[in-house]
Every structure is written in structure tokens, then in C-alpha cells.
Design a protein around this ligand. Structure first.
Ligand code: NI
Ligand code: MN
Length: 225
């Protein structure tokens, strides 16, 4: 499983020859100007919730690639009205896709489209592919529900928001890492806007002091699990 950071909360996940995009917000992110959405590959687009900074580039990418949008029922219905194919899920449900299993799990946040349309309940994803298991928390507060995840799966990586203000910050993300029983963390949802700028070295040191590894990727950089 190869994971690429496209800035903010946007990720590429490659499982075998299947390309998955998560929460594409790239074209309006000045920090991600080196990423061209016209050339991104996508077979599936996973969306945690309906906020602009997670769905901005969905329509353009899905119409070019015919990618299937995977999200909650409300978000999938919204994109189906735009002619985009979708796979609706809801909290607690899982499904075996061609690349592996996806479970849509709880997140504590809000979820409305930029035009005000209701975006359902926000969520995160637990993805199993090529015998690697990852948790993508989405925009969320620290929540006790995270403790449910290690009851049914052993994670290889937890992708957690660390920018604070709109989501968990670093200290709560460390507790979240305890809750999901995964010491290997990829931080996201930081630095994009003034409200969520963080001190990288301070964040890494806080994780290190608890025996954990916080990875912060450059935009466009990948890791292999
Ligand atoms: Ni949000
Ligand atoms: Mn967000």
C-alpha cells in the first residue's frame, strides 16, 4: 500500500493497481500548486465529509476519471445528481471493494456542502488492503469511539488531523493514537490556513516523548507500508 500526501487532508492511496483519492482539495491550495489534478489517477474517491476543504476537486476529477465516490448516503446522493457514480455507506458499515475492505466510522465534526446542502454525518475510514490496515480519521475531535477500532483490527498506520482549531490538535492526536493502539501516525490537516499552522518539530517531539512516531510528509511525498 502506497500513501501519497497531496496537501491539507488530501491523500492518494495505491493498492495494487487501484488508485484511491481521499478528500481532494488541491486546486485551491496554494501550498499544493505543484500537484496537477488533471493528471491524478482515481478509481475511487473517498470523502470523509462535505466541507469545501475536502470535496473541492471531486467533480472535476470524477468526471475525467469516472471514479466512484465512496462516502455517506447524503454526499453520494449529492454527487449522483451531478452525474457521478457513487457507493453510499453509513456509519458502522463496511464493504469489500476490489482493492480491500472499507469501514465508515464515526467522527465528531460537522458536514455541510459549500452551498448549504446537508452533508450527512461526518466520518472517517478504516481501510484494509494488501494485508495493511490504516485508519483515516477525517476531521474529528478526539472521541471515545476511536477505542472501538482496535477491538476488530490491528492498524499499521493512523492518519490523524493535528492542526487544532477545527479538529484535534497534537495533544489530542497523541491520545487518539493511544485509543486506536497505533504508534505510527501520519499527521494531516495542518498549515493550510492560518488557524491550523503548527510547529512541526514541537509536534514530532511530543509524539516522540510518548514513544510514538509522527510523520509529516512534504506535499507530493509518498510512504510505502
Ligand atoms: Ni471539515
Ligand atoms: Mn477540514
Amino acid at each position: 500500500m502506497k500513501i501519497t500526501f497531496f496537501g491539507h487532508a488530501s491523500l492518494g492511496i495505491q493498492v495494487g493497481d487501484i488508485h484511491i483519492l481521499v478528500d481532494p482539495f488541491i486546486s485551491a491550495n496554494p501550498k499544493a500548486s505543484m500537484i496537477n489534478i488533471e493528471t491524478l489517477k482515481a478509481d475511487y474517491i473517498l470523502l470523509t465529509h462535505a466541507h469545501q476543504d475536502h470535496i473541492l476537486d471531486v467533480e472535476a476529477i470524477a468526471k475525467r476519471t469516472n471514479a466512484v465516490v465512496v462516502s455517506n448516503f447524503e454526499i453520494v446522493s449529492y454527487f449522483e445528481k451531478l452525474g457521478i457514480e457513487g457507493h453510499p455507506m453509513n456509519l458502522g458499515g463496511q464493504w469489500d471493494f476490489e482493492f480491500g475492505n472499507v469501514k465508515y466510522v464515526n467522527a465528531i465534526h460537522t458536514s455541510s456542502f459549500p452551498d448549504g446542502t446537508y452533508g450527512g454525518q461526518p466520518g472517517g475510514f478504516v481501510i484494509e488492503g494488501e494485508h495493511k490496515n490504516i485508519y483515516i480519521a477525517g476531521d474529528t475531535a478526539l472521541t471515545m469511539d476511536m477505542q472501538l477500532i482496535p477491538l476488530y483490527i490491528k492498524l499499521d498506520l493512523a492518519i490523524l488531523p493535528i492542526g487544532d482549531n477545527f479538529t484535534m490538535g497534537v495533544d489530542d492526536a497523541i491520545l487518539a493514537s493511544n485509543f486506536v493502539k497505533c504508534d505510527k501516525v501520519l499527521g494531516y490537516h495542518f498549515d493550510t490556513f492560518g488557524y491550523i499552522e503548527i510547529d512541526h518539530e514541537d509536534a514530532k517531539r511530543k509524539f516522540f516523548d510518548k514513544g510514538k512516531d509522527l510523520m509529516l510528509l512534504e506535499i507530493g511525498e509518498s510512504i510505502e507500508l
